[in-house]
Design a protein around this ligand. Structure first.
Ligand code: SAM
Length: 216
């Protein structure tokens, strides 16, 4: 049962069926997700979690990139997971999807070699970001990696200005830490060994950054 409040993919649940179309025409979506996958160096038979998988575009791309991986997508929104289930069904891929309540992740400690996540953290208010990062740390194996693609503070004033469009849509509180460039600090605070922003993408909604960290 989902009790926690959350910001859905396009803010309003009735817009969820349009998510793939909207992101596909407004963002360099495939480029960002492919870069995230490349940065993750997925090895054969790795256990992988796609946190906030949404319609499972990234989950599917990762599975197609390295078919032997054991990948799970998790999301708080059951409606969007229905779209994900349909997409995975059409491709006949072996991907596990889980709906959860936004609290404790339903996995044992040290379950995953890789945690990947795309455009989810700007939906989470700072205390929730911190709580989820701590949970992601718990379920990552020693030597495992966390790779997040999300909005960050850009060096370009124009990109910072564009990010206000997303801030208006998804809310000023959930996007605050992203706008202030606090993602690296939060990732480190959760216990990860933060290894930097690996790539930056200028978009019509502000700069998306690829954050990478390791659990030592
Ligand atoms: C902008 S969408 C991104 C979806 C997908 N990762 C992608 O890149 O296409 C943000 C996703 O985060 C999910 N989400 C929001 N709050 C969440 C939470 N507390 N736990 C897990 N997922 C959450 C939403 O349901 C939505 O699917």
């Amino acid at each position: 049962m989902t009790n926690a409040k959350y910001v859905s993919a396009l803010r309003f649940t009735w817009l969820t069926p349009l998510y793939d179309f909207f992101v596909g025409i407004t963002m360099p979506e495939k480029k960002i997700k492919q870069a995230l996958i490349n940065t993750s160096f997925l090895t054969d038979y790795a256990t992988v979690l796609d946190f906030g998988c949404g319609t499972a575009t990234l989950t599917i791309m990762a599975k197609e990139h390295r078919p032997s991986i054991n990948i799970t997508g998790i999301d708080i929104d059951k409606t969007i997971l229905k779209n994900a289930t349909d997409k995975i069904g059409l491709k006949k891929l072996d991907i596990r999807l889980i709906a959860y309540d936004g609290e404790k992740l339903p996995f044992l400690d040290a379950s995953f070699d890789r945690i990947i996540s795309c455009l989810v953290f700007h939906h989470l208010e700072s205390p929730v970001k911190q709580k989820i990062l701590a949970e992601l740390y718990r379920v990552t194996k020693a030597g495992g990696q966390l790779i997040i693609a999300d909005f960050g503070r850009s060096g370009s004033w124009f990109q910072r200005m564009l990010f206000n469009l997303i801030r208006g849509l998804d809310g000023f509180k959930p996007t605050e830490a992203n706008a202030k460039g606090l993602m690296p600090f939060m990732i480190s605070s959760a216990g990860f060994n933060y290894s930097g922003i690996k790539q930056r993408f200028k978009t019509v909604f502000g700069e998306v950054q690829l954050f990478k960290a390791i659990k030592l």
